[in-house]
Design a protein around this ligand. Structure first.
Ligand SMILES: Nc1ncnc2c1ncn2[C@@H]1O[C@H](COP(=O)(O)OP(=O)(O)OP(=O)(O)O)[C@@H](O)[C@H]1O
Ligand SMILES: [Mg+2]
Length: 397
């Protein structure tokens, strides 16, 4: 960690959380969870995993940890925070797909998020494959770079979007991006999509299909037939990333409990659970997905469904999903965290806090800070330790 990085880290720790890129450095405890997570990524085990912890006990932190590991291990990652009040409802796969596109990142993407950087990345691979004898997939996908028609992808929309992107036109890019981020807002604008992404681009390729076929075949629709194309486009994304040499896509869903607490309609809730089981099954999406929930999540789901008369529901499905159950960090772990903060503070302001503050003093500060209620404990400790060091530095100057 250099001086500038250390200062950025301390700035962020003043608010109680480490910044992106340094999550692993500021992770303590959780050895078995970390080992299992790493193993899943190393072995590329597809399917779903529930991360259970109480409020403030490190769910978001562990997801951020997973993000960092996955990027380093060559996965693309998308972190989605569910929000029924916003436009991310888990029963609506078109909204989930849009949110995944909004938050997706590729390794070495310099922290840039969004489908734009992924499409650029893919088009670069396609360009590169022209001179590469091993580029059979890309050759088939683009039909020898004619881009007229091919059925390599499951989702015709994904083909249309990628082909339009490959033209390099910035207005077209804006349209493609807007469409993929919110496909539902184009339900009544199919002809606009046709005109912008196909009709007006006929000088670049000769798609043999007449305009009406695009509507007949539902090429622009992500919501019909059980959101079939939201799933197939996600599957294609996974496949394209794998063909590009990455290990695939890792999806991280934070606040998954939103499904239970904020989705009111029981049919919507059932659909949201069904989607979770689909992710678990791995057929609709053969990548990895993690979900942050509280320990009572499964019981809450059962109570909710039985309360609404869903007696014949197969509750075993919830129990089948593998789970991590995490307890809050204990005082020793927080002391270790405090030590790392102290070291970083020293680098950031070029001083030696350990000469001024004895480790017993630091431990005392931690123990006092850790006596607040459990859900604020870790955050409060981080903030308190940084404050104590700031004060000490000021005094010693
Ligand atoms: N293993 C860990 N090592 C170091 N710090 C951690 C660890 N886990 C959590 N923290 C810190 O604890 C605080 C709370 O963690 P986090 O926000 O992840 O909890 P949460 O379970 O997502 O909470 P909420 O229920 O409010 O969403 C944060 O300041 C985070 O940086
Ligand atoms: Mg959280």
């Amino acid at each position: 960690m250099n001086l500038a990085q250390a200062q950025r880290v301390i700035e962020s720790l003043r608010k109680g959380i480490p910044p992106d890129g340094f999550i692993r450095h500021f992770t303590v405890g959780r050895a078995s969870e970390v080992a299992q997570l790493t193993e899943r990524l190393d072995d590329i085990v597809p399917g779903a995993l529930l991360l259970k912890a109480n409020y403030g006990s490190g769910k978001t932190h562990l997801l951020r940890f997973a993000r960092e590991c996955a990027l380093e291990k060559g996965f693309a990652v998308s972190t989605v925070t569910l929000d029924c009040k916003g436009a991310v409802r888990f029963n609506r796969m078109d909204q989930v797909f849009g949110a995944i596109c909004r938050n997706i990142e590729v390794p070495d993407g310099l922290g840039q998020k969004g489908i734009r950087s992924v499409l650029n990345f893919l088009v670069e691979k396609i360009e590169h494959a022209k001179s590469d004898t091993a580029g059979a997939f890309w050759r088939d996908l683009t039909n020898n770079w004619r881009w007229d028609y091919s059925e390599v992808l499951d989702s015709p929309a994904a083909f249309v979007a990628l082909r339009a992107w490959a033209t390099g036109n910035s207005t077209v890019h804006d349209r493609v991006e807007d469409w993929l981020l919110s496909p539902w807002s184009y339900r009544t604008q199919r002809s606009k999509l046709y005109s912008d992404l196909i009709g007006s681009l006929r000088r670049f390729f000769h798609d043999p299909r007449p305009e009406r076929h695009f509507y007949r075949d539902g090429v622009f629709e992500f919501h019909t037939q059980g959101y079939a194309q939201s799933w197939s486009a996600l599957r294609d994304l996974q496949r394209l990333l794998c063909e590009s040499g990455l290990n695939g896509l890792v999806l991280l869903f934070d606040e998954y409990e939103d499904v239970v607490t904020n989705l009111r309609n029981v049919a919507h809730q059932e659909a949201a659970f069904w989607n979770l089981f689909q992710f678990y099954g791995g057929k609709q999406f053969p990548g990895l997905s993690f979900y942050a929930v509280t320990p009572e999540f499964v019981e809450k789901c059962v109570t909710l469904l039985t309360g609404k008369g869903r007696w014949d529901y197969d509750y075993g499905r919830f129990k089948a999903i593998p789970t991590f159950q995490m307890s809050p960090l204990d005082v020793e772990e927080l002391e270790e965290l405090a030590m790392r903060i102290l070291e970083t503070h020293g680098i950031a302001y070029d001083w030696e806090p350990d000469l001024v503050m004895l480790s017993t003093e630091l431990d005392k500060i931690v123990r006092k800070a850790a006596s607040v209620q459990v859900q604020d404990r870790a955050r409060h400790t981080i903030i308190t330790v940084v404050k104590a060091l700031d004060r000490l530095l000021e005094e010693s100057a």
